[in-house]
Design a protein around this ligand. Structure first.
Ligand SMILES: Cc1ncc(COP(=O)(O)O)c(C=O)c1O
Length: 487
């Protein structure tokens, strides 16, 4: 497909609106460009065709199965879009005073209550814009808490699992903590002996996903909590995998003191490609005073933003947070009601069904009942036929399936991390299993065919390292003529 720049013809223009003769604001001469920017020049219908054709090539949860482990790419009910488009929500100005935004504030307050119940913790901030920002916020809360107790200097280390998502160590470093990793046992639990040797009076806390990125619930979580709490340290729950446990078990009951939710994963906000998302954070009572400001509070029947929070870590995001995400997630929660538990149960059932059907086709490094996702390994295919997890992932695209997460978690060689989610039918799951089985057979019969996959997509195998290291983000028009704007 040609680039829009390649389709450009000097002098072509889209539709023009009539001039109303209104004064044109003067841009100060010092800020004006010397030359018009080199923009593509096309007629309006060609622009529409260009972007429609590009959009047709896009792959999303609305076009096919998307078992991208850890990302929870589930179906997003359309009713959410109707609700978020209601004029009272969609047209609300972020500077609207509290009296004129009672409905929005009530929705946010209610959302806080539901999230508090889901986590089993009393206080929630809605501000963080993503799970990763929730992580940073949570660590800043730990900092503020320990500083308030006079232990700020002493507690300088955060412990994470060797299966941790990359954002965990990144957040730890950004928050100014030292990072220490704890090993995982052969059963996929945190190694308690390793943990006991590492947790001491310098430890500020643990950052853990449970179920882990291996899709396994940590069987020693009560002991883990005891090890940290006995040293006065705190436990942070990375809620990216919450879709496995909603209504079944609560991080607060497991002993966690801080929890983030990825509303865009668990509560059906459309996402991908980096957003939009929301990463609210829940905390124990002792951490409530430090939550970001403002907080949404209720006084009798009136809702307001509370800015009077002297111990707060301050604001972590503009205005009151990503409001559209709140509306969609709230609509989803209210539509499900008590059936949110069924959501998690079905996610776990679907994952175990696919696991049971694939366990003899690929290697299964941790042989346990999984939660909402599981990790297979293509190590055997690599050893016997030279076919890697990447080759399997690329070939899946030929069958209209989005590849699973690959090469993560790092503790599993040639990892394929599969998360079917609760919204997929048995037929879809069976199709995926059939395709994965066929690919394993192809690896034995004709490995070079897999090395060249995908075969049926508009774009074949890309040099991903080159694309990442040498991205071409500017089109060189070369000797194509420049036409002055307005010409
Ligand atoms: C385990 C885990 N933790 C944290 C994150 C970060 O969340 P976000 O993408 O919302 O920043 C992710 C994202 O995929 C994740 O899978």
């Amino acid at each position: 497909m040609e680039l829009i720049f390649e389709k450009s013809q000097a002098g072509r223009r889209a539709g023009r609106v009539p001039s109303y003769g209104l004064p044109v604001p003067e841009v100060p001469a010092s800020l004006r460009r010397a030359q018009a920017p080199r923009l593509p020049e096309l007629a309006e219908n060609e622009i529409v065709r260009h972007f429609t054709n590009l959009a047709d090539r896009n792959f999303g949860i609305d076009t096919g199965f998307y078992p991208l482990g850890s990302c929870t790419m589930k179906y997003n009910p359309r009713v959410n879009e109707r609700v978020v488009a209601l004029p009272g929500f969609a047209n609300l100005h972020p500077h609207q005073e509290d009296e004129g935004a009672q409905g929005a504030l009530e929705l946010m307050w209610e959302l806080q209550q539901i999230l508090a119940e889901v986590a089993g913790l009393p206080a929630v901030t809605l501000q963080p814009a993503a799970g990763s920002q929730g992580e940073l916020t949570g660590l800043m809360l730990m900092r503020a808490y320990f500083a308030d107790r006079g232990e700020g200097e002493q507690r300088d280390t955060i412990i994470t699992a060797d299966t941790a998502h990359g954002t965990n160590p990144a957040s730890v470093t950004m928050a100014g903590y030292k990072l220490e990793k704890v090993a995982t046992t052969d059963r996929g639990n945190l190694d308690l002996d390793d943990l006991r040797a590492k947790v001491n009076e310098r430890t500020a806390g643990l950052m853990l996903t449970n179920p882990s990125t291996l899709g396994l619930f940590d069987e020693g979580i009560a002991e883990v909590a005891e090890i940290f709490h006995s040293q006065g340290a705190l436990l942070y729950y990375d809620g990216a995998n919450l879709n496995a446990v909603v209504g079944i078990s609560r991080p607060g009951d497991m002993g966690f003191d801080i929890v983030h939710y990825n509303l865009h994963k668990t509560f059906s906000q459309p996402h991908g490609g980096g957003g939009p998302g929301a990463g609210p954070v829940a905390v124990i009572e002792a951490l409530e005073p430090f939550l970001p400001s403002p907080q949404v509070v209720r006084d009798g029947d009136v809702f307001r933003l509370d800015h009077d929070r002297p111990k707060s870590i301050g604001r972590v995001r503009g205005f009151a947070g990503p409001f559209g995400v709140f509306v969609r997630s709230y609509a989803y929660m209210r539509a499900y009601g008590p059936d949110l538990r069924a959501m998690s149960e079905t996610a776990v059932l679907n994952a175990n069904y696919v696991l049971a059907r694939l366990r003899d086709v690929y290697e299964l490094p941790y042989d346990r009942l999984c939660m909402h996702e599981f990790v297979l390994s293509a190590r055997g295919l690599k050893k016997e036929h030279g076919v890697t997890a990447l080759d399997v992932a690329k070939r899946l695209m030929d069958f209209g399936v989005h590849p699973p997460t690959i090469y993560f978690p790092l503790v599993v060689p040639e990892a394929l991390m599969i998360e079917p989610t609760e919204t997929e039918s048995k037929e879809r799951l069976d199709h995926f299993v059939d395709v994965m089985t066929r690919i394993a057979a192809e690896a034995a019969e004709d490995p070079s065919f897999l090395k060249e996959a995908p075969h049926k997509r508009p774009v074949r195998r890309l040099d991903e390292v080159k694309a990442a290291k040498e991205p071409v983000v500017k089109y060189a028009f070369g000797d194509r003529p420049l036409v002055e704007a307005g010409a």
